[in-house]
Design a protein around this ligand. Structure first.
Ligand code: RBV
Length: 423
């Protein structure tokens, strides 16, 4: 397959893509700091890094930072709708980077581009959702011997890798970047919360105030969406399958209902569970005219669109990125971004805010560095990110923000380590 520049009219796109990258770069102090040290130390010299991520401006800065550290980077998308073509072209024009990502690809093109990345014979993989790791294990196991390891960005990908690991089917080490405090407490909560609501608002031009918003799942992403929706004066209803999380949602002041009942209440539905079949056939029967249906989970399996399609009398594009399904009784149920992750996949989506991705990608970058420097220390399987790496990224960010904090005194250290102190 040809790199992106051979496929599209690049001149216009290049300029716009570079402009987007410039803006992102200005707001990514962690990446700037790491880039400086990578340029000096060239930790990735001789390495080929294969990436499958949402190819937009912030991801482009991660890719160029790895390339600045000496890597040869090949990248494609991790979702058929999340690529920004202008950024993909600009990234492809960056030294050391080849991009195959294009927006609006079908399944065949999506996997072709993934294979094009794999043909670079990566020595390290950086994934969002696990498709690249999975494709290598399924189709190109002969490459595994020369792969040092990799990093996984998202909850769904880590979940998938842990399932592979449990089946002894994961044959190289992978860092669970998602599970670090610097990722999960910011990206999943604030990032998903803000960018999902922003994408829905911009796609529909509708308000949150006074709406009944049903949030499926009260994990880190669900909490973010619920809190931000509440902050925009919506009335939030949470659905859960875990009793502790249901209680947590209740104690945070949200209504908690089974989806069977919530279906009749909601004006907007946002799924964040990472599981399939969260909104299905009977639920559609109970919904009011005009509801919005959106998914903020990694894969497009949470809302059963086949069932919705089979119930609909007709379907039409109500706005860009918004498909209306009209029922026999006249109700219109509106689905955003074909049920794909709404913060990245509508035509106006920008993904998470820049500051948040700076943190997530800061963790990615230090994990990639750790893998090349100490790869031998990690057996095949999923690994938690060493805490000192996560702290390193937090410290760079605090310094960039000019925020100072306390340190422990010797007596405090001693106190924390001892068990003899009592009343
Ligand atoms: N995500 N990436 C962006 N590049 O704009 N926005 C969100 C971006 C990541 C986020 O870290 C999450 O874990 C993953 O997308 C879900 O696919």
């Amino acid at each position: 397959m040809d790199p992106i520049s051979e496929q599209l009219d690049t001149e216009k796109l290049l300029e716009e893509g570079q402009r987007k990258m410039d803006w992102a770069r200005q707001h990514m102090p962690i990446m700037s700091s790491l880039r400086e040290s990578f340029e000096d130390e060239q930790p990735f010299a001789g390495e080929r890094i294969g990436m499958a991520m949402h190819v937009e401006a912030k991801t482009a800065i991660l890719a160029e930072t790895l390339a600045a550290g000496g890597a040869e980077v090949a990248i494609t998308g991790c979702n058929p709708l999340s690529t920004h073509d202008d950024v993909s072209v600009a990234l492809n024009a960056t030294d050391g980077v080849t991009s195959y990502a294009k927006r609006g690809v079908d399944d065949e093109e999506y996997y072709e581009a993934m294979e094009a990345v794999i043909e670079h014979e990566p020595t390290m993989t950086v994934d969002d959702g696990g498709d690249l790791v999975f494709a290598i294990h399924e189709e190109y196991p002969e490459l595994i011997d020369t792969i040092i390891g990799g990093c996984e960005e998202t909850t769904t990908g880590v979940h998938r890798l842990r399932a592979m690991d449990d089946d002894d089917a994961l044959d190289y080490p992978m860092f669970a970047v998602n599970d670090t405090p610097m990722k999960r407490l910011f990206d999943n909560i604030h990032g998903t919360g803000e960018s999902s609501l922003a994408s829905i608002a911009m796609t529909t031009n509708l308000s949150w105030a006074g709406k009944d918003v049903v949030v499926a799942g009260f994990g880190y992403c669900g909490k973010g969406v619920a809190r931000k929706a509440s902050g925009q004066n919506a009335n939030v209803i949470v659905t859960e399958v875990d009793p502790r999380r249901a209680l947590e949602a209740h104690m945070e002041g949200f209504d908690v209902l089974p989806m069977d009942e919530a279906a009749a209440e909601g004006d907007v539905f946002i799924t964040t569970t990472g599981n399939r079949d969260v909104i299905v056939g009977d639920h559609f029967e109970k919904m009011s005219d005009g509801v919005l249906l959106a998914n903020a989970g990694h894969f497009d399996v949470e809302i059963d669109l086949d069932a919705l399609e089979s119930k609909a009398e007709q379907t039409y594009e109500a706005r860009d990125g918004l498909q209306a399904y009209e029922m026999a009784d006249g109700r219109r149920l509106n689905v955003l971004a074909e049920g794909r992750l709404v913060n990245l996949a509508t035509p106006i989506s920008l993904g998470h805010p820049v500051e948040v991705m700076d943190q997530s990608f800061g963790v990615q970058a230090v994990c990639a560095r750790e893998m090349v420097e100490n790869g031998d220390a990690y057996d095949p399987g999923v690994h938690d990110v060493p805490d000192e790496l996560d702290r390193e990224v937090a410290e760079i960010k605090l310094e960039a923000e000019g925020i100072e904090m306390d340190g422990l005194s010797d007596t405090q250290e001693e106190y924390m380590d001892s068990w003899q102190h009592g009343t």
